[in-house]
Design a binder for this molecule. Structure first.
Ligand code: UTP
Length: 226
């Protein structure tokens, strides 16, 4: 059976959970297996991760421990999303790639968070795609694609509808990568996608229907691919 990986960015997980949004998101995600696809959903860390990482860093934690704290937050968010999806309770959140295959043998959807320090959940989504043979990762975020600069701070920024892996890496090389501050796309996710030819489509997840459109092959958002 074919598979797809969907990353739900941190925007979906503010410190005060938005139940209405999670329900809308879940109802879109539930339609994906109806298309005959197995689905791996990866939850970002959101406001909880950012706050906890900031606190841990201020208290003197090394970056690797800040990452571990972030991973815990992503797993809390994954649990919340799996409840919204109505998955069997208690849902075990995968802690390793090997758990994904086992979970997908039993059901069509698995929800997870982070795996190990030094990366983001973007990289997890690409690893999950590699593992399941998926050719596409859909990253749902709060911008409608990849821009030449942060469109919230640079009104003149231009949207790029199609980027090669190297173009995306070049664009990101100017951005800082610290625990909790990955911007747009984790460069590691792009390098992993490049080695296996996995395409990453970045869409505006504030309208969850865009995730479904991307899976159906629509030209929404921006595509990083071969
Ligand atoms: P993310 O950076 O993936 O969440 O994980 P996010 O920022 O909410 O997602 P986007 O940017 O909106 O897409 C939160 C933090 O958890 C740690 C990192 O510190 C990361 O910044 N993390 C997550 C890991 O160390 N390893 C993982 O596999 C996942």
């Amino acid at each position: 059976m074919k598979a797809v990986a969907v990353k739900i960015g941190g925007f979906a997980f503010p410190v005060e959970p938005d139940m209405g949004f999670l329900r809308r998101c879940a109802s879109v995600l539930k339609r994906i297996p109806e298309e005959g696809l197995k689905l791996v959903v990866v939850a970002g860390g959101g406001g909880l991760a950012r706050r906890l990482i900031r606190a841990a860093r201020a208290l003197g934690a090394p970056e690797a421990i800040c990452d571990e704290i972030g991973i815990m937050a992503t797993r809390v968010n994954a649990s919340l999303l799996s409840i919204a999806l109505g998955l069997p309770s208690p849902m075990r959140i995968p802690t390793g790639l090997q758990d994904i295959g086992e979970a997908l043998d039993k059901r069509d959807i698995v929800v997870m968070g982070g795996l190990q320090p030094g990366q983001s959940t973007d990289a997890v989504a690409v690893l999950a795609a590699e593992l399941t043979g998926a050719s596409l990762v859909v990253k749902a975020t709060d911008v409608d694609g990849i821009y030449t600069a942060d469109p919230r701070r640079h009104p003149g920024a231009r949207k790029l509808e199609r980027l090669s892996y190297d173009e995306a890496l070049e664009l990101l090389s100017k951005m800082a990568v610290k625990a909790g501050t990955y911007e747009l796309l984790d460069p590691l996710a792009i390098r992993l996608a490049k080695r296996s030819g996995v395409a990453i489509r970045v869409v505006d997840g504030r309208e969850p229907g865009n995730i479904y459109k991307a899976i159906k092959g629509a030209d929404v958002g921006s595509l990083v691919g071969p």
